[in-house]
Design a protein around this ligand. Structure first.
Ligand code: SAM
Length: 232
């Protein structure tokens, strides 16, 4: 079972994690999700989790100690932990990373806010034998916080865990998966009934029943779409 912990100052933001496939995967004990409020680790009346940046500049930086306490509270020395720090300055998330995370036993997501988390948090846990630290971005843009980014990563990673998807066949031939020829392609276009919709026909080959021709057409379409994306 994959244990997933999320730490945030907006735990309510993460409630969609209990819906749909992820909700069912928790009911079936394939994954376990726990959401933690970073402010629970503060003692002052204002429950402050941020301070002004050393070196000056705009905005506030998240202080390291509440993060350290929150992470220590949910781990022990025997635990093999992958700590994912969400940041637009991290490595870009992709399907290969989703596959890597889906095979882990304990993921912790640190959802930043303000100008981000004091850099020593990642540095400290990277120095611990039982931790692997990943700084991850979900794309080249800046969000207000890491919660949505964490949900993107969790949804993409957990659906790859055997048993989470109702039909595991859906994972075959998906966009961004490596094909038998070591190629990474996006998927071919999909169609369902009716065969003619608002004057537009479904490509004839898909109605032919000829599986060889259909497979050939789909591969060509996947290559065409992939090449088109590269040119844009
Ligand atoms: N000052 C930071 C910078 O320029 O790199 C941006 C901080 S952002 C306003 C606040 C938080 O949102 C970050 O700490 C991170 O957790 C999250 N975040 C923003 N954009 C993200 C992205 N593209 N991928 C992952 N997390 C992101």
């Amino acid at each position: 079972m994959l244990q997933i912990d999320l730490i945030s100052i907006f735990p309510d933001y993460l409630t969609p994690l209990n819906l749909s496939l992820l909700g069912k995967a928790q009911e079936r004990s394939l994954i376990k999700i726990a959401i933690h409020d970073l402010r629970d680790q503060t003692k002052d009346v204002h429950h402050s989790v941020d301070d002004t940046p050393y070196g000056g500049g705009a905005g506030m930086v998240m202080s390291p100690e509440p993060w350290g306490k929150a992470i220590d509270a949910i781990t022990n020395e025997k635990d093999q932990v992958d700590l994912i720090i969400l940041t637009p300055a991290g490595k870009r998330f992709n399907q290969q990373m989703a596959m890597e995370f889906s095979k882990k036993s304990h993921l912790i997501f640190a959802c930043g806010r303000y100008e981000g988390i004091d850099a020593r948090v990642g540095q400290y846990y990277a120095g611990k034998n039982n931790f692997k630290v990943h700084e991850v971005s979900i794309g080249d843009y800046v969000l207000g916080g890491g919660e949505v980014a964490a949900m993107v990563i969790i949804e993409a990673s957990t659906r790859l865990i055997p048993g989470v998807l109702g039909n595991p066949e859906s994972l075959k031939e998906e966009s961004h998966s490596i094909s038998s020829d070591d190629l990474i392609l996006v998927e071919y276009p999909n169609y369902t009934k009716p065969a003619n919709w608002r004057g537009i026909d479904v490509p004839e080959v898909l109605l032919s029943g000829n599986h060889g021709q259909i497979a050939k057409w789909r591969l060509e379409q996947a290559e065409r779409r992939t090449n088109q994306l590269k040119q844009e």
